[in-house]
Structure formats: C-alpha cells, structure tokens
Design a binder for this molecule. Structure first.
Ligand code: SF4
Length: 459
C-alpha cells in the first residue's frame, strides 16, 4: 500500500516534495473560469497539462469539464506558443463560439516566457478574436503556489479585465468566494438572498459543474456570473472577500481599480465563521438578520450542545487548502475537539497561516505550510501523535487505512465519494451537515470498537 513504508520521525527537507498536498495552479484557474457564464477555459501549454487539469476536475465533480489547449509541440517549446494560441483562438471561436475565453498559462509557457498581453493584443489586431468576444488571461506557473493560487489569480483577472467604475454606485455588495464547492457558492448566495442583500458574486460555479442531467448537452451551462455583473462590481458599494488565500487578490484589485472598499472574512464554515460572515453582510448592507437564519443557527447550536460528549476532547488532524483549514480548525475548537496537526501544501506567503492557526488552536498545534509540506510529512506527523479523526482529501485514505483512523473527506480533490457538489458545508445549514458527518463517523467508530457490555442501542 502507498505510504506503508513511511519511516517514523519527521524528515525535514528543503528541496524534495513527496506526494504533494496540493495540485497545480491551472486547475484552480480553470475552475474559476468555469464560474463565468459562457466562458471556455483555455490552457496555454501542452495537451498533457490540459488533460490532467480537466480529468482532475471531471473526477471531482463527476461532470464533463470543457476546456481547450494550445497543444504545444517540440516547436512551440523552442520558439514559443504564440502561433499555437493564435490558431487556437481561430478554432475556438469558429467551433465552440464562447463569449469569453479565459487563458491560463502552464509551467512550460511560463518557462518559455510567452508574453500573454502581447499575444492577446496581436490576436485582436489580426481579428482572430471576433467582434464582441473577449479573451482574458491569468499567469499560473505551477512551480509556485497551488490550485488555490491559480484560482485567486484567475479571480483577480476577472476584476482586471471586466470591473468598471462609472461613478454611479449600484447599491450592491460584491461577494468573491475562495475555491469552494458549487453547493457552497449556492449556500452563500442563499444567505445573501435570505438577508435581502443585493449582491454580485463571482466566480460562481454553481449550476455549471453540478448542473442537472436533462438529456440535453450544453457546452456552456446556465450558471456562472454574467460579464455584465462582473463589470458592475466596479460600481458596488462594498466587497467581501470570502477566504484570504483564494479571494483577497481580487478584492484588493477591485479596491485599487474601482475604489470599492472591502473586508476579508473566513469561509463561513462552522458557527464562528458563519456568524462573522453574516455580521459583515448585515453591516455592509444595513439589513437585519432574518428569523430563518436565527432558526438555522439555533439548530446548529442545539446539535453542538446535545452531542458534545462525542466531540469533546477528540483529537483531529487536518490537511487541505488554507482557507478551509482556518474555518475548519475554528469549528473543531468550537466543538471541543483538540486539533493536533494542520498541514497545507499551499505556501503561506506573507499571510502568516501558521500564526492564524495557532491563534485559533493554541501553541500546542503542529502547523505546516508550503511546498515540502506533503502527504509524506502529514503521515509522519500523524504517526507520531495519532488522532481520532483525519480531515482531508481523498489522498488521505491510504494512511487512514494503514493506521486505522477514520477519515472525513473534505477539500480538493475527492475522487472516491460523491456529494460535495450538492451538499454544502458552509452557512449554518451546511455546518450542521458537516457536524452530523463528524458525529456519525465518531459514533460508528464507537460502535465498532465497543466491547459487548458497552454496545448500546441508544447513544
Ligand atoms: S505542474 Fe505544470 S507541467 Fe505539470 S500539469 Fe501542472 S501546469 Fe502542466
């Protein structure tokens, strides 16, 4: 079994990554681009990159993911990919007719040094891009950052290319979510709607990667934020970046470009983060919190209190994406759990992920972030101090099986279970679903391990 031979003890490394705890930047950029209506993501690199990015997203969402590629050959690797991209624009607009093409670069085109601004300008000049059609781009070299960085870069590109300030405020609040499931994007929109907040949200992949099966093929599903709304975000009253790592870059740029003030909040996962999100929305829009949300919150508090004997003192180890980890660590603490380890392959950068996690979990938590913080390191940490529960993506299943630790699948990618696209983990409703999952896993384990005399019908 993979990872069975991982030696105990922590092997500190500077240059080697073993089984990364992240995926590559273009995957995040491609996912964000799917959150624009009538947009085709385009990967400027070799076919293999695009095939990997598409298959990762297809496996996670169980839906076909549309994207095109510049299809680099040996020639483009030497002379650059301009000719391929110009030809690609010709083909894309003739064959697939999107309104927008969102180009992400790859390792290869970045190493060659293709100047995307110049190539796109040339494409407009040579009429490779038809009248009324738009091409945007984000630089997403995968030798730095992670899929979260790529998502953040493409979200910022949406602001850069579309957001316009006309000088007339439109009374809307712009919501910029981090790399979240489409079900979570729906939940965030539904909280805003319940609170009667006029909003604009992008990227918005709901109804794109989790659309219904109705017998008709749609190259561009009905979801995704329309270009006109992204433009209008430049006139919005306020912006909320939902997640520091995935959303801050876009919100900051919206402020710089269009003077829209913003606040960064944690992903509304768990009671503390959802309270903070709802409160920020309430203040920004000058509305009050409706009774329906108070009821949902009360139900979450009720289950947290009723079942605290099953979560209190339970040890948990978390791996995944930083924005989700921050909120999840807080939720585990709120449920009385002890967070042992928090690990992400996304580099912390200047955002001080480690400090934030220590603020939430206390000084005893082991927290690691960056390229060498991989599944190998996570397993070594878990071997040294075994938790009652691991929370992480599908890749954790190997170590969980080897060490007989239950796994709550969360984050990206999840290849071996279904439901994340449809059932949210955010908002009070989603947090309740999440809490029930945690409880069911812990209670199943109690039943499995209970001696005959303690095997109870009523728990
Ligand atoms: S890491 Fe680079 S070369 Fe590999 S699939 Fe991602 S973009 Fe392509």
């Amino acid at each position: 079994m993979l990872l069975r031979h991982t030696p105990p003890g922590l092997s500190e490394r500077n240059a080697l990554t073993i089984n990364p705890a992240k995926t590559c930047q273009p995957i995040g950029a491609m996912y964000a681009a799917l959150g624009i209506h009538n947009c085709l993501p385009h990967s400027h690199g070799s076919q293999g990159c695009c095939a990997y990015h598409r298959s990762s997203l297809t496996r996670h969402y169980n839906d076909p993911i549309m994207a095109s590629t510049s299809s680099f050959s040996e020639g483009s690797s030497v002379f650059g990919g301009q000719a391929n991209l110009l030809e690609a624009f010709n083909n894309i607009f003739t064959l697939y007719n999107p309104d927008i093409v969102a180009v992400n670069t790859t390792c290869l085109s970045e190493v060659i040094g293709d100047d995307m601004v110049q190539i796109i300008k040339k494409a407009y000049e040579e009429k490779k891009i038809p009248e009324g059609k738009i091409v945007i781009h984000a630089n997403t070299p995968s030798f730095t950052g992670s899929h979260v960085t790529g998502y953040a870069n493409m979200a910022a590109a949406m602001v850069k290319y579309f957001a316009k300030k006309t000088g007339r405020k439109n009374g809307r609040i712009t919501l910029i979510p981090s790399f979240l499931e489409p079900s979570d994007m729906t939940e965030i929109k539904s909280i805003a709607a319940e609170m009667d907040v006029p909003y604009i949200m992008y990227p918005d992949t709901s109804d794109v990667v989790n659309g219904p099966l109705d017998g008709k093929f749609r190259m561009y599903p009905k979801g995704g934020c329309k270009k006109e709304w992204i433009e209008a975000s430049g006139d919005s009253d306020y912006a909320i970046a939902i997640g520091l790592y995935g959303a801050q870059a876009a919100a900051k740029l919206l402020d710089t470009q269009c003077k829209v003030p913003f606040k960064i909040v944690d992903i509304p996962l768990g009671i503390t983060a959802t309270d903070a999100f709802v409160d920020t929305l309430r203040k920004a829009a000058g509305v009050s919190v409706p009774e329906s949300l108070r009821v949902e919150r009360g139900q979450l508090v009720d289950v947290l209190c009723d079942m605290c004997q099953y979560t209190y003192g339970k040890k948990v180890s978390l791996m995944g994406d930083p924005d989700i980890l921050i909120s999840m660590a807080q939720f585990c603490k709120d449920a009385g759990m002890e967070v042992l380890h928090v690990l992400t392959g996304t580099p912390s950068g200047k955002f001080r992920f480690e400090d934030r996690i220590r603020e939430i979990c206390g000084e005893k938590v082991t927290v690691r972030s960056g390229l060498q913080c991989d599944m190998f390191m996570f397993q070594q940490l878990v071997m040294a101090d075994k938790p009652d529960l691991i929370v992480g993506n599908t890749y954790c299943k190997y170590m969980c099986r080897d060490m007989d630790i239950p796994l709550l699948r969360m984050g990206f990618p999840i290849y071996d279970r279904i439901g994340q696209s449809y059932v949210p983990m955010t908002g009070y409703r989603g947090s309740l679903q999440l809490l029930l999952k945690i409880l069911n896993i812990l209670m199943d384990r109690l039943d499995r391990d209970a001696p005959e005399e303690n095997f109870e019908l009523i728990m």
